[in-house]
Write a protein of this length. Structure first.
Length: 138
């Protein structure tokens, strides 16, 4: 564990075993840019989440109306963050939308280096939703 985390990991227990500041530094050194894909139905707040994470309105957000129509890339170099916003996934045509998103991603990523590949994908769902919709389990 120490070999992987270096000085961020301590066995003395004073900091619960992890020094978060050193851990963050170690991760930033290994992976300076984090690429995150955001997916979910129209109106769940994907664009609003992007605006909140960046601290300013850079992604157009609408109330329940589809705004993002294609794969959109948002970059914050200071935070080392790249967010990819996708078109909303709707019940009526979610298979077609998923295929469209997949194709757009493949086309967009053909020119990217390995460091620019998606590191993690988040499925955004409404907090008030009581169950996972079929489109959200694809």
């Amino acid at each position: 564990m120490h070999k992987f985390l270096g000085d961020a990991f301590t066995l003395d227990g004073k900091e619960g075993g992890l020094n978060m500041e050193k851990l963050h530094e170690a991760i930033k050194k290994e992976k300076p840019i984090m690429n995150i894909l955001l997916m979910g139905a129209t109106g769940v707040g994907k664009s609003s989440l992007i605006n909140a994470l960046f601290g300013k309105e850079i992604a157009k957000a609408g109330v329940g109306k589809p705004i993002t129509q294609h794969l959109e890339k948002y970059i914050d170099e200071q935070k080392g963050l790249v967010l990819w916003d996708t078109k909303g996934i709707e019940d009526k045509d979610y298979h077609d939308t998923m295929q469209s998103i997949k194709k757009e991603m493949e086309d967009s990523f053909k020119t990217l280096s390995e460091k620019e590949a998606i590191d993690v994908a988040y499925l955004c769902v409404k907090e008030t939703s009581s169950r996972v919709q079929e489109r959200e389990s694809y």
